[in-house]
Design a protein around this ligand. Structure first.
Ligand SMILES: NC(=O)C1=CN([C@@H]2O[C@H](COP(=O)(O)OP(=O)(O)OC[C@H]3O[C@@H](n4cnc5c(N)ncnc54)[C@H](OP(=O)(O)O)[C@@H]3O)[C@@H](O)[C@H]2O)C=CC1
Ligand SMILES: CCCCCCCCCCCCCCCC(=O)[C@@H](N)CO
Length: 329
């Protein structure tokens, strides 16, 4: 036994190092640094909440920032706020992401983009039975189809630009933790956000040869005008389950998002629960960091167990709430 002890210690030490070395060789796409200074960052939904926080932070880092949203007055308000905070002037484009022609026209006017942030998004939480099909379609049209319109319009010039400069570019897509796990009240919203993962994974394969990195960002509940509006009518059960992940401020989400973009991360979690969710849902997602890949490989079983505990808790919440409110009596 005593003779085997050094051997055992060696194995315990060597195995992880060997795994890490294997992962350093394996992980794809290769890690990249995507600078912001002096580059054109185009942010949809940049007039409010997370988008406005990202636009402000990017301007502060010396990027040339353009923002797109529908409401022209709110856009001008955002432009003035960013000017006051950073002394930088941003370009504003009034368009609805559902209108492919208007989106293309805005991108044409704004000029080639280095970092495209598809952040626009709408959400109304309701049980599907209570939700009108118009609202379902509205969320899918804006959150999913709008993102398609943007990427289709921006991609040709982005590719030409990376070919010309050799500097990597980024397409970032704002998802949500409700895009990693379906929860009560979010059938339509979750569907629109889960779909963005399929879009992003496939797109990353298609654009990697052009030195373009895709990032999917997964925030928890974040203090924004959008959340304040949502909370006026969000089902109580949704509030409780969404509370499993700690709320954040828009500025902190913006910082996490921009750091993820700059380091070319495919999956960008924003808080501790988000990091756990990312491991639990890592599946076949691209991964450029050997260290995070190591945590994913080692943590998989444990995170599955944690996930089952969360589901147990959520189903208990639902059961108790229905028992108390006699919904099915
Ligand atoms: N806040 C939260 O709790 C969370 C938010 N998210 C996601 O983050 C993103 C931003 O959310 P948040 O900051 O809260 O949102 P806000 O509601 O505060 O802002 C939404 C922005 O999107 C724009 N927008 C909405 N619809 C359209 C459209 N059809 N065409 C163009 N622009 C549009 C709005 O401008 P206008 O209305 O003038 O068009 C506004 O600038 C969304 O994708 C959301 O799903 C993810 C997780 C949590
Ligand atoms: C294995 C470990 C599991 C870790 C914990 C999981 C916690 C999940 C909570 C999901 C919260 C969803 C919030 C959606 C916010 C949003 O998008 C709306 N505000 C609309 O914008």
């Amino acid at each position: 036994m005593a003779a085997e002890l050094p051997l055992l210690l060696l194995l315990i030490l060597v195995a992880p190092v060997g795994l890490l070395a294997a992962l350093a060789f394996l992980v794809r796409p290769r890690a990249a640094r995507i600078p912001l200074r002096g580059r054109h960052v185009f942010i949809t939904g940049g007039s409010s909440g997370i988008g406005l926080a990202m636009a402000t932070a990017a301007a502060r880092e010396g990027a040339r920032v353009s923002i797109l949203a529908r409401n022209a007055a709110r856009l001008e308000g955002a432009r003035a706020a960013i000017k006051a905070a950073t002394e930088q002037d941003v370009g504003v484009y009034a368009a609805d992401v559902r209108d492919a022609t208007a989106v293309a026209r805005s991108l044409e006017e704004a000029g080639p983009v280095d970092v495209l942030v598809c952040n626009h998004g709408v959400f109304v939480a309701k049980e599907l039975e209570e939700q009108d099909m118009e609202d379902v379609k509205w969320m899918v049209d804006i959150n999913l189809m709008g993102t398609f319109h943007l990427i289709k319009a921006a991609l040709p010039a982005m590719k030409a630009r990376t070919r010309e400069t050799g500097v990597p570019a980024s397409i970032a897509i704002m998802s949500s933790q409700a895009g990693q796990v379906g929860i009560y009240g979010y059938t339509a919203y979750s569907a629109s956000k889960f779909a963005l993962t399929g879009l992003g994974e496939s797109l990353q394969h298609e654009v990697i040869s052009d030195n373009i990195h895709v990032s999917l960002i997964f925030p928890p509940d974040t203090e924004t005008p959008g959340l304040a509006e949502e909370q006026k009518s969000r089902p109580e059960v949704t509030n409780i389950i969404a509370g499993s992940s700690g709320g954040m401020k828009a500025d902190d989400v913006a910082k996490k998002a921009l750091n993820g973009i700059k380091s070319g991360r495919f999956i960008v979690p924003c808080n501790f629960e988000g990091a756990m969710l990312a491991i639990a849902t890592s599946g076949l997602t691209p991964q450029s960091s050997p260290l995070i890949a190591f945590v994913e490989v080692m943590g998989a079983g444990l995170m599955r167990f944690a996930a089952l505990c969360f589901q147990w808790n959520w189903f208990s919440t639902i059961e108790n709430w229905y028992a108390k409110n006699k919904k099915n009596a």
